[in-house]
Design a protein around this ligand. Sequence first.
Ligand SMILES: [Zn+2]
Length: 145
Amino acid sequence: MSCGYRCPRDEVHDRCADLNPGFQKYTADTAPDGDADLDVDFEDFRLADCPKCQGILKPDVVFFGDFVPKDRVYSALDTLKASDGLLVIGSSLMVYSGFRFCRYAKKWNKPIATLNLGRTRAEDLVDLKLNASIGDTLDAALQKL
Ligand SMILES: [Zn+2]
């Protein structure tokens, strides 16, 4: 988190596997949000530290409550500006960091479609709302291609 070291996720996985050989026997299904629930005591689990500074490693993702890096926001806005429209999949857009792209799309007269089970924050902005399963809908869309 402090020295800027970056590596592929698989490298961290392999290092954690090497540090925790007793955990190889466990398996779990992956939840839609990427989590996996294991009924295991993690007291002895050893995390891989940064090989450069021995500090804490963190995935290069924005966690809930974190700020999206400005250069990433500007890059996304540039992409949106050059696009024909905005398709939001699997988000309620309740967090402003995602909702703002709908506001920009509307401001720039881009059509907006959402594919999500349940209500989204952009109900008043969307041109097409698909209140449906993501997997089923995308599978059906692929069949049409
Ligand atoms: Zn480091």
